[in-house]
Design a protein around this ligand. Structure first.
Ligand code: URA
Length: 467
């Protein structure tokens, strides 16, 4: 038995380095005991002597779909997590498609762990409340939080981005993190009494919460599952929940239905910043089950922007738009229309994969209007930065997002339209529609029309029409 001791509970980098060595040496999973420094050591395990013992130069296969999940699962409290990760990595060397087999118990388990970590990350991002330390000069804010998993290191960069201009500390029972406006510093755990309990900011926050509380949308069950009661004692606004729920009926009758005000984030200056920000998007619930945000890609000054519906299964796994079957068909049609894909900015109206699990498969589900509207904020930011001369909306979802009204694709295709703010717009079918057509003849006919629409776009851009 070989003992591998990792430096801390969420030591993904340590695991990765050790796993690489072990795999190069072809050490089977059941000969390894994974442990964490400071936790109980296995008396029978011996320290590794891999560097001197093993020399193999085997190529290690590490699919991206595995790495993303592994990084999240490493933050879980499950004591078997590192053994599971290594077992999967070991099996992937002989079964490279293993991650697609969602019925496999190891694949299922890593997904369960990663999902639990994702949920915990979301809760922490939503429920951390900073309180000002009144005696600290310069201003310093402290928050107390009790995460369920080992997520402090992973979530800290999010708070550094979100509260870049503040000096703050987040204290948790097992680890603390501090931001001085420049860099993050990690330290040991703390106790709840180390964090201040009240300050004037809370009054402002409570007022804000009461003003955005919408009684017409009150769903007590959903609310308590989104904001579980165990977080309430650290949330200043939680004191308001009881009275607000009690008064909801009366207030609902009196109120005019208005969209929930969302504090608008400052618009980022570059596509890279925007894409980074989008990775943390929680504007609609789709992020909870998708693997990642799939952001647009292409030159920042592309004259042509193509907008699809939402990422599909492969896009979700690999984090890039239009790389699956619909993307391949799109590439082919673009080439026939004389458009180089790498000169086009390609994106989607909705940035997370919406699906329904069906056995081993994840079946595409159409996004609803609310999800399209929430995600439109990102599309608008992409448009503002790229400023394309012409946009091609592929399919009804993209057309709805860009025009803000429902359109018939068959009636509007082939016509030069404009978005409400005046950008030239063409509408065509979505390439997935072509893939779904049952017979070869209609497939060929529709594909021809699709290429014709793209050729029209190319013509408009090269001066054959005003764009
Ligand atoms: N369908 C889309 O609309 N977008 C993708 O990225 C892939 C498939």
């Amino acid at each position: 038995m070989i003992a591998i001791t990792l430096g801390r509970p969420a030591d993904f980098e340590g695991w990765r380095a050790a796993a690489r060595q072990l795999l190069l040496a072809w050490v089977p999973p059941d000969e390894i005991h994974w442990q964490i420094e400071g936790e109980t050591a296995d008396l029978f395990a011996k320290p590794p002597e891999l560097a001197s013992t093993f020399q193999s130069r085997r190529d290690i296969l590490v699919p991206r779909a595995f790495m993303g999940l592994a990084e999240e699962a490493a933050c879980h409290r499950d004591p078997e997590r590192y053994a599971l990760l290594y077992r999967l990595l070991w099996r992937l060397q002989k079964q490279p498609k293993l991650m697609h087999d969602v019925a496999d118990p190891d694949v299922r388990q890593i997904q369960i762990l990663a999902q639990a970590v994702k949920r915990d990350l979301h809760k922490m991002k939503a429920f951390v409340r900073f309180r000002r330390i009144m005696t600290a000069e310069p201003e310093h804010y402290v928050a107390w939080f009790e995460p369920e998993q080992h997520i402090v290191d992973v979530v800290a960069p999010f708070f550094a981005r979100r509260f870049a201009g503040m000096r703050w500390s987040i204290l948790t029972p097992e680890r603390s993190v501090h931001w001085d406006g420049v860099s993050l510093r990690f330290g040991p755990g703390a106790s709840r009494s180390d964090a201040p309990l009240e300050d004037q900011l809370e009054e402002i926050w409570r007022t804000y919460f009461a003003s955005v509380f919408n009684p017409a949308r009150l769903k007590v069950k959903a609310m308590t599952s989104e904001m579980p009661k165990k977080y309430w004692r650290n949330l200043p606004e939680a004191q308001l929940i009881g009275p607000l729920i009690r008064d909801a009926g009366q207030r609902r009758d009196a109120m005019i239905e208005e969209p929930m005000p969302q504090p608008p984030p400052a618009p980022p200056a570059t596509l890279e910043q925007l894409a980074r920000l989008a990775q943390d998007c929680t504007r609609c619930p789709l992020y909870q089950h998708a693997s990642q945000t799939v952001f647009g890609e292409g030159p920042a000054d592309a004259p042509l922007m193509l907008v699809g519906e939402q990422p599909g299964d492969q896009e979700d796994r690999q984090g890039r738009p239009f790389i699956g079957p619909a993307g391949q068909l799109l590439d082919q049609a673009l080439a026939e229309a004389g458009i180089a894909r790498d000169q086009v900015y390609v994106t989607n109206a909705v940035k997370h994969f919406k699906f329904e699990p069906r056995g081993k498969r994840r079946l595409h589900k159409r996004p609803n209007n609310g999800e399209i509207q929430q995600c439109r904020w990102w599309l608008e930011q992409e448009r503002a930065l790229v400023r394309p001369k012409l946009i091609v909306a592929m399919g009804a979802t993209a057309a709805y997002s860009l025009l803000q009204t429902t359109t018939s694709i068959s009636k509007s295709r082939g016509r030069q339209l404009a978005t409400p703010d005046g950008t030239a717009l063409l509408i065509t079918v979505h390439p997935s529609f072509l893939l779904r057509l049952p017979d070869a003849a209609s497939k060929a006919e529709q594909y021809h029309l699709f290429v014709q629409d793209l050729s029209m776009a190319a013509g408009l851009l090269t001066g054959g029409g005003h764009a």
